[in-house]
Design a protein around this ligand. Sequence first.
Ligand code: FMN
Length: 365
Amino acid sequence: MSDFSIGEKLRLTLFGQSHGPAVGCVLDGLPAGEEVDMDKIRAFMARRKPGQNAWSTPRKETDEPEILSGLNPAGQTCGAPLTIMIRNTGAHSGDYTGLSDKPRPGHADYTAAVKYGPAWDPRGGGQFSARLTAPLCFAGAVCAQMLERRGAVVAAHIARIGGVEDAVPDFVRPSLPLYAPGAFPVIDAEKGKAMQAEIAAAAQAGDSVDGAVRCVAAGLPAGLGGPYFGGLEGRLAQALFAIPAVKGVSFGEVLSRGSRNNDPYCLDDAGRFGVSTVTNHCGGILGGITTGMPVYFTVAFKPTPSIAVPQRTVDLRSRRETPLTVGGRHDPCVVPRAVPVVEAAAALVLTGLMLENEGEKKGWI
Ligand SMILES: Cc1cc2nc3c(=O)[nH]c(=O)nc-3n(C[C@H](O)[C@H](O)[C@H](O)COP(=O)(O)O)c2cc1C
């Protein structure tokens, strides 16, 4: 298995390094004839873009996707792999001098040195950089459009920053999207202000702060996924854990007693057989397979590793312990920019499953 590819019928491969000429992706397995609305893609990618507000890094990157293959002149998928590149324009490589010798605590510098040796290019975090989430967002934005045409919507919000939690959506009949376009991505704007204050306080101290993103996917048919290794939770988790700084993924919610935790069945039009559930603690997944109720999960992010506070590290060349102060322009909290990245990873996996399911259904006709 390649470190940079995921999916079977619909397969995404990411490429590039943070300070190379470009990052990009190849999305293979798309059916021909899918409309790709580039304005919607740009709007989706802009939600991840840095340098736009006080709570993200001041790095400026244009994030403009250049299409290399996969679309016809009318802007539809043509059956060839959809390949894009996004040029790296905002790199300050000098900020990373010496990092291959003095690994930043919490970042991938040490494990990269172990795996790749001195040939590794540490500038901007190399191939570990969250810069590769830009092409992931491109692929996710294409998939989100395909899901929408099939009646499904994926929407995320900031569930928590530090000690401040957002309001919780209705997991039976969620109202999506979860926040107004262009706003700080929370349901409750007052909580959003408190979260921004947490980020500002961490940044002021030269530090960073953790948080979580919650994602809801509604309108999915019942029957997607499978037991054991084919389970939807596992397939989503593989894509979500690929996002840099993700440390936890949990599905639905677990209540203490079976009598409270089980979701009673009822008859209405929501499910595939007119069967739905009164509550949705299982997060829309039972036995690894969608129930037809909204799928939801929470993704925990650690605080940004690159902080200005002096830290302790080891000089790998001299084999001496040494103090380290990390410079450069870093996000004091990765969570706000990670909201569309979580949506993108989820949309990619769910679209792959939908396409596999469409193939299965054709066999019945
Ligand atoms: C949207 C986003 C932005 C990020 N920005 C930074 C950053 O500015 N500085 C930094 O050190 N890490 C940043 N990270 C996290 C690192 O890329 C990540 O911690 C590192 O690659 C090591 O991977 P791991 O934390 O999954 O082990 C960001 C992550 C995401 C998702």
